[in-house]
Design a protein around this ligand. Structure first.
Ligand SMILES: *Cc1c(COP(=O)(O)O)cnc(C)c1O
Length: 413
């Protein structure tokens, strides 16, 4: 089928929650191809999912082997891949006494974290969760309530109670939100959907201290910032902080759906048989995919590559931003979770990049979010910089005209 045929079939039969434009049919590394055979540099990576690139041979082999051996058994039975994966995550997390629970998605992992915090708090009559404005935690009812953005909640009330919002990177605001009913603070080390906003260097450590003082839990949503995306295994490790538990999904399975709760020793035995369950979570297949991802990130030293390529990319992006000060405010992020912050909507830039053969995301209205695979090469970053540089030059007059930024410095120079 060509793109028009696929689009028509989708229009007839899919509930229109998305409005895609491209039909992608094949991928390899940081490259994808559409139904017409056009090639794209993929700096979306399925939204921070295909972190070791498309169809990495080790991942393909691990999944193929497992498919031929055992796809699924219930969690009523042992399946050795599950404790092996849990061990790898526990060790990489650095949390003493860490244990895992596997599920299928980010929302489900956060839903489980919320249940875990509530169960922990139940005998103390603590049930409220403080989350951050502009956060994103998923689309189930509880995670929607946790997500501090009205626009995703509108029309879906009544939402589950017990969520209180504070301002990200504002300790006083979190402090003000904590009461005798608070069980936990849930936070992203880097807000992804919120516009690629890293925690300030002092914010997460201060939050850890605050939670300890108040006797409540610190929970991290590592669904987007986890699995090496920020140059450390988990985003909070950039801040020398240990949460009481954190959630994972997106990059964990490298494209195979799997989510997880990783809990430190304090919470590791709060859930007992009957408290929480899942049919599909942690199948041999999903765990094999995730084990392959971890093995590749370790063996190919992709954390180091993420730091190196991230720094290189930021340098190039800042150079481009410097030429368009009238409408590009700057560059932010950690590792290869990067955003170019504009003074104008990012969609025109994202669209034009796509026409030129590069996929990126327009996030939170005015941020161009860039999520290359962690094994991206310098040549691929150079190509991205060339395409972004050209596109910015072509759009300069149009974007500058829309910009509310009064600063004339550097415009067009
Ligand atoms: C994507 C995302 C989620 C939701 O994950 P799903 O797998 O889509 O349910 C939750 N938290 C963060 C930080 C995310 O980026």
């Amino acid at each position: 089928m060509n793109t028009a045929e696929i689009a028509e079939l989708q229009r007839q039969y899919l509930i229109p929650t998305y409005a895609p434009g491209l039909a992608l049919v094949e991928g390899s590394g940081a490259t994808v191809w559409d139904a017409e055979g056009n090639e794209y540099l993929d700096f979306v990576s399925g939204i921070a999912v295909t972190n070791i690139g498309h169809c990495h041979p080790k991942m393909v082999r691990a999944v193929q082997d497992q498919v031929e051996t055992l796809l699924h058994v219930s969690n009523l039975y042992y399946n050795e891949k599950q404790p092996l994966l849990a061990k790898a995550l526990a060790e990489h997390s650095g949390l003493p006494g860490a244990k895992c629970f596997f599920c299928n998605s980010g929302a489900e992992a956060n839903e489980g974290l919320i249940k875990l915090a509530r169960l922990w708090g139940s005998d103390k009559e603590r049930f409220e969760i403080v989350t951050m404005r502009q956060s994103f935690h998923g689309r189930t009812l509880a995670t929607l309530a946790a997500t501090g953005q009205e626009k995703v909640q509108t029309g879906f009330g009544p939402l589950p109670e017990g969520f209180v919002y504070a301002n990200f990177n504002d300790l006083q605001s979190v402090d003000d939100a904590i009461t005798s009913r608070t069980a936990a603070v849930l936070v992203e080390a880097v807000q992804g959907e919120g516009g690629v906003i890293p925690s300030d260097p002092e914010f997460l450590p201060a939050l850890r201290k605050l939670c300890d003082e108040r006797g409540i839990l610190l929970l991290c949503d590592e669904v987007q910032s986890g699995m090496g995306r920020t140059g450390k295994w988990f985003g909070f490790q950039n801040y020398d902080v240990q949460p009481d538990a954190f959630s994972l999904a997106k990059g964990l399975g490298g494209g195979f759906p799997i989510g997880a709760i990783v809990s430190g020793g304090k919470l590791a035995d709060v859930f007992q048989p009957g408290h929480h369950a899942t049919t599909f979570g942690g199948t041999p297949l999903a765990c094999s995919a995730a084990l392959a991802v971890i093995q590749v990130v370790d063996e190919e030293e992709l954390l180091a590559n993420t730091m190196m390529m991230g720094a290189y990319f930021v340098e190039g992006l800042c150079e481009i931003a410097g030429k368009h000060k009238k409408w590009i405010a700057g560059v932010r992020g950690l590792g290869l979770l990067l955003g170019v912050v504009l003074d104008v909507p990012a969609a025109p830039l994202q669209k034009k990049l796509q026409e030129k053969g590069m996929l990126a995301l327009a996030t939170a209205g005015n941020v161009l979010r860039l999520l290359p695979p962690l094994n991206v090469s310098q040549a691929e970053i150079d190509l991205a910089l060339k395409l972004i540089g050209e596109t910015c030059a072509e759009l300069h007059d149009e974007m500058a005209a829309q910009s509310p930024n009064p600063c004339e410095c550097g415009a067009g120079e």
